[in-house]
Design a protein around this ligand. Structure first.
Ligand SMILES: [Zn+2]
Length: 130
């Protein structure tokens, strides 16, 4: 039921994450890309977590991924699923699995990106089974 939508806390962008959240507002999920060693990673950050280069930028993720692991929070007022999704590009993202029967979520399930509005902030990237 739509009236049972969980309220999502607004993310608070900072200098390092502003471009990421601006992209979310345009419906794009960005991952970090190192121009020195070629690594892609999540979350995006100024220094490459692999080689510590500052020659980093953002790359748009396809939005396709698979569920690596998940947990259903049933004691919340509105139950929800928290998960790690491994993106097609390689990095994993901690997220929520939404718009599905929480009892039917499976590890290894293919998912795709959806954005959910937050409470007064930028939309938040989440995933739904394909
Ligand atoms: Zn690097």
């Amino acid at each position: 039921m739509q009236s049972q939508e969980r309220k999502i806390q607004a993310p608070v962008p900072n200098l390092e994450t502003q471009a990421f959240w601006d992209a979310c507002a345009q419906g794009k999920l960005m991952i970090g890309k190192c121009n020195a060693c070629g690594a892609v990673y999540y979350y995006p950050r100024a220094l490459c977590p692999v080689c510590f280069s500052d020659k980093t930028g953002l790359q748009q993720a396809s939005g396709n991924g698979t569920i690596y692991t998940y947990s259903v929070m049933r004691r919340a007022p509105i139950p929800y699923a928290i998960a790690y999704v491994t993106l097609a590009e390689g990095p994993s993202i901690m997220t929520n699995i939404v718009d599905c029967d929480l009892d039917k979520i499976k590890i290894g399930q293919a998912v795709k990106l959806v954005f959910k509005p937050s409470d007064g902030g930028p939309p938040v990237p989440m995933f739904t089974p394909i």
